[in-house]
Design a protein around this ligand. Structure first.
Ligand SMILES: Cc1cc2nc3c(=O)[nH]c(=O)nc-3n(C[C@H](O)[C@H](O)[C@H](O)COP(=O)(O)O)c2cc1C
Length: 231
């Protein structure tokens, strides 16, 4: 996206954040102080939602809280199957398959995983449940009654969180993978059954020297996504 004559300072700042943000998959161990995390969370509270329901409830871990969750989740996934609250995609076909493969290859290339190396591919997948070594993870739930629109509202919350984190020099990784084990997370955090896990977000300071953080994904041109109807 190029600057245009119509850029305002606000738009330029937003564009810069949107362009520079990426999914961080390797974090430094240093914790983020509570005031900085709350700064991002205060921004995300401005997220719009249908009827202003603000359905997101967020559990944030720090320090030993993250380490214990990581340990127990890793143990759980050895012996339990996946059980997401929201149906995962039925399939990726056509252009969706192509885009998914393209970003998958970028990820695997970045860390030297050859096509067909199932063992290393699996190991990289498990990195999700190690939170990519992040010192913090946020688990985001919505209210069952609000259905798909509650999840939409949480998605809006997510983008504000990601951009807010980026603006403060933090890195973040949105992770539907964590929602695969929704029953574990509900029990672990003592959440009632009507709270449904939408995703997790690992966050902290990015390890900018790690190759997994060096690639950037592409986006389709506007013409592929937008239909103008003018008469
Ligand atoms: C709702 C959502 C769930 C995602 N789940 C995962 C995940 O489980 N694991 C992962 O490594 N990346 C996950 N991602 C990151 C996407 O792969 C990434 O956003 C996409 O490839 C575009 O790349 P970028 O974020 O670097 O621009 C998720 C992103 C979103 C928005």
């Amino acid at each position: 996206m190029r600057p245009t004559d119509h850029d305002t300072d606000d738009f330029a700042a937003l564009r810069r954040l949107a362009e520079q943000r990426w999914t961080c998959r390797q974090f430094r161990p240093d914790e983020v102080d509570r005031a900085t995390i709350e700064q991002v969370l205060s921004l995300t509270q401005r997220t719009p939602s249908w009827c202003n329901t603000q359905p997101w409830q967020v559990v944030v871990t720090s320090g030993e809280g993250t380490d214990r969750l990581r340990k127990e989740l890793l143990a759980y996934i050895q012996t339990h199957g996946t059980a997401p609250d929201f149906e995962f995609p039925a399939q990726y076909a056509g252009v969706y398959r192509d885009r998914r493969r393209a970003c998958g290859f970028q990820l695997y290339d970045s860390v030297g995983i050859a096509k067909g190396d199932h063992e290393k591919t699996m190991r990289q997948m498990v990195r999700n449940f190690e939170f990519f070594d992040a010192p913090h993870v946020a688990i985001v739930t919505s209210e069952e009654d609000l259905g798909v629109y509650g999840a939409v509202d949480c998605g809006l919350w997510l983008e504000n969180f990601l951009l807010g984190a980026q603006a403060l020099g933090l890195g973040a990784a949105p992770q539907a993978a964590l929602a695969s084990y929704a029953p574990f997370l509900r029990e672990y955090f003592g959440l009632p059954d009507h709270r449904k896990v939408v995703f997790g977000v690992s966050f902290g300071y990015p390890d900018l020297d790690h190759p997994v953080n060096a690639f950037r994904t592409a986006r389709a041109p506007l013409a592929d996504q937008i239909t103008w109807h003018t008469s």
